[in-house]
Design a binder for this molecule. Structure first.
Ligand code: 4AD
Ligand code: MG
Length: 480
C-alpha cells in the first residue's frame, strides 16, 4: 500500500496498486463519488464507493467537510472529468462534520462572497480559491529566498520591537507592559517610560531598513523578509496594519543598480510561480475572468491573469522621473476634466494611488519605475541630488496595484544626513547607531522594500489585500 497526497496520486501511473489517502470531503454524489481534497493541489481525487458493500452508518458520515481516510485501488477513470480515480476498499471516518452545522458555514457547497469568506478566515483555506492563493503565496516566499540566496545575499532578521521610527511617518503601534489604567508618571504628569519594560518608549517596527543598512555595511548585501506594522487608519484594498515586507540592502550600489535589482527580482519570482503553480494560476485566472464578467466593461482587465504575468516578464519596466510624471499628469484628461480626486496643480505634489494607476494602466500600460522625487515628500534617509530639491528615491508602480516597491539610494554623507534630521526634528541621540555607519567607512548604498501581500495580489489577481494573507489585520479587525 502506498500512502500518498492527492497531488501525487493524480500524477501517478501505478495502476492496480493500493493507495491510502486522507483528506476532507468536498462532495459526495449519488452515494458513490467522493471528491476528496487534502490541500496538496487545487484538484480533488475521485474516490468511488460501491455503496452496497459498505455499512450505511459509515456512508452517512461521509459528509461535506468531514475528514476521512480511504484505502483503494488506483484505476483509470471512466468519467471524462478526471484521468484517474480510486476504487475504494476501506473508508475510515477521522473527523465528522455535522451537515446541519456545516450548512451555516462557508464550507457549504455554494457560492460565498469574499466578504463572507473573510468572516470565516479559519475555514476559507478549504475553498478552492483560498487553497490556490495560499499555495501560490507559499511558493512566492520560497522564490524570494531562492532569488536572494542564489545571488549571495544574506538573510538578516531585524528586530520587530524597536525604539525607532524608520519611515518617520509616526504610524506606529506602541509596545509596553505597563498597566494602562495606572502607568507610572513623571512629576509633570507625563508617562515615565524609564520604568517601562525596555526602559524607553518602544513600538512595533514599520520597516527593518535602518537596522538592515547597518548589516549591509558589513555583510555587503543582505535582505530581510519579515512582518512590519503600520497603524495607518487607511481602510483600503491595498493596506494592512500587519504586512510582510522584503527589504534588500546593498553596499556600493547606486539607484540605477537598485532599480536593476528590483526589476530582476520581481521577474524572477513571477517566472517561478508561472513555472511552479500552473494549476492554481489557471484556476485563479478563471476566477478573475468570472469576477470580471460581473463588472462594468471599463473596469475589466484587458489581459487574462497569466498573460498579464507573462507581460511583466517580457517587457522592461519603464523608468520615468517624477518631474516627467508630473508633466504627464498635469496634461492628462482626468486632471484637466477634474476627474482626479486630487488635482495635480504643480511640481512637488505627492502622488496618490489614482495618479499612480493612471500612469501605469492608462498612460504607459506597463510597470513603471518613478525616480528622483521631491525631497519634501520622502523619508529623511534618501540621498539628496545635486539640485538640492530632489532625492534618489524610486517607487515601482504596478497595474491594478499601484505602488508595489519603495526604495532609494541612501544619504551616505554624515553632514547632509544630520542636517536633514535636524530639519525634520529627528533627534541624533535616537539614531546615534545609524549615524555611526556614516562615520565609520560610509559608502554609497541602496535598497528597497517590496510589500509581499501586494506582490501576492498581483500574482493571484485578487483585488483586496485582505484576501492574500491568512488572517488580515486592519482597522477594527483582529479576529482569529
Ligand atoms: O514605501 P515604504 O513605506 O518603504 C519603506 O518602508 C522603506 N523603508 C523600504 C526600504 O527602502 N527598505 O514601504 C515599502 C512597500 C510599499 O511599496 C508597499 O508595497 C508596502 O511596502 N506597504 C504596504 N503593504 C501593505 N500594507 C501597508 N500598510 C503597506 N505600507 C507599505
Ligand atoms: Mg512608499
Amino acid at each position: 500500500m502506498i500512502q500518498a497526497k492527492v497531488a501525487e496520486i493524480l500524477e501517478s501511473d501505478q495502476f492496480l496498486q493500493e493507495f491510502k489517502v486522507s483528506g476532507w470531503v468536498r462532495s459526495f454524489r449519488s452515494n458513490r463519488f467522493v471528491a476528496l481534497n487534502d490541500g496538496s493541489t487545487i484538484n480533488n481525487i475521485q474516490c468511488v464507493i460501491d455503496f452496497e458493500k459498505f455499512n450505511p452508518e459509515t456512508l452517512k458520515r461521509i459528509t461535506v467537510g468531514a475528514a476521512i481516510s480511504v484505502k483503494g485501488i488506483l484505476k483509470e477513470s471512466e468519467g471524462k472529468q478526471q484521468r484517474v480515480e480510486i476504487d475504494v476498499k476501506e473508508v475510515t471516518i477521522l473527523g465528522d462534520a455535522n451537515p446541519e452545522e456545516v450548512k451555516l458555514t462557508i464550507l457549504s457547497p455554494k457560492r460565498h462572497s469574499l466578504e463572507k469568506l473573510r468572516e470565516q478566515a479559519h475555514l476559507r483555506v478549504r475553498t478552492n480559491t483560498f487553497g490556490a492563493i495560499m499555495r501560490v503565496r507559499s511558493k512566492l516566499s520560497f522564490a524570494v529566498h531562492s532569488y536572494f540566496q542564489q545571488n549571495n545575499f544574506y538573510y538578516v532578521n531585524t528586530p520587530i520591537i524597536t525604539g525607532s521610527d524608520a519611515e518617520g511617518a509616526g504610524e506606529m503601534f506602541k509596545v509596553t507592559n505597563f498597566d494602562l489604567k495606572n502607568p507610572p508618571k513623571n512629576e509633570d504628569g507625563s508617562i515615565d517610560y524609564k520604568k517601562d519594560f525596555f526602559g524607553k518608549e518602544t513600538n512595533l517596527t514599520v520597516s527593518g531598513q535602518l537596522e538592515g543598512e547597518t548589516y549591509a555595511l558589513g555583510l555587503g548585501q543582505i535582505y530581510t523578509f519579515g512582518p512590519t506594522f503600520r497603524a495607518e487608519n487607511s481602510n483600503t484594498s491595498r493596506h494592512l496594519a500587519e504586512f510582510w515586507m522584503i527589504e534588500p540592502e546593498i553596499a556600493f550600489c547606486d539607484l540605477d543598480g537598485n532599480m536593476d535589482l528590483a526589476e530582476d527580482f520581481i521577474k524572477y519570482v513571477v517566472k517561478y510561480v508561472l513555472e511552479n503553480c500552473k494549476d492554481d494560476l489557471e484556476f485563479l485566472e478563471q476566477r478573475l475572468a468570472n469576477e470580471d464578467k460581473t463588472k462594468p466593461a471599463a473596469e475589466r482587465s484587458e489581459m487574462g491573469l497569466i498573460e498579464k504575468l507573462k507581460f511583466v516578464l517580457e517587457n522592461n519596466f519603464k523608468r520615468v522621473s517624477y518631474t516627467e510624471a508630473i508633466d504627464i499628469l498635469k496634461d492628462s484628461k482626468p486632471n484637466k476634466k477634474k476627474k482626479f480626486k486630487y488635482i495635480i496643480e504643480e511640481w512637488g505634489a505627492d502622488l496618490q494611488s489614482e495618479h499612480e494607476r493612471f500612469l501605469v494602466e492608462k498612460h504607459f500600460k506597463c510597470p513603471v519605475i518613478l525616480f528622483d522625487y521631491p525631497a519634501k515628500i520622502k523619508a529623511f534617509y534618501m540621498r539628496l541630488n545635486e539640485d538640492g530639491k530632489t532625492v534618489r528615491a524610486m517607487d515601482i508602480l504596478f497595474p491594478g496595484i499601484g505602488e508595489i516597491v519603495g526604495g532609494s539610494q541612501r544619504e551616505e554623507r554624515l553632514d547632509v544626513l544630520k542636517e536633514k534630521m535636524a530639519e525634520l526634528g529627528i533627534e541624533e541621540k535616537e539614531l546615534w547607531w545609524y549615524l555611526d555607519t556614516r562615520k565609520f567607512g560610509t559608502c554609497v548604498h541602496s535598497g528597497f522594500g517590496l510589500g509581499f501581500e501586494r506582490l501576492v495580489q498581483f500574482v493571484t489577481g485578487m483585488g483586496n489585500i485582505r484576501d492574500v494573507i491568512p488572517f488580515p489585520r486592519t482597522p477594527q479587525s483582529a479576529e482569529f
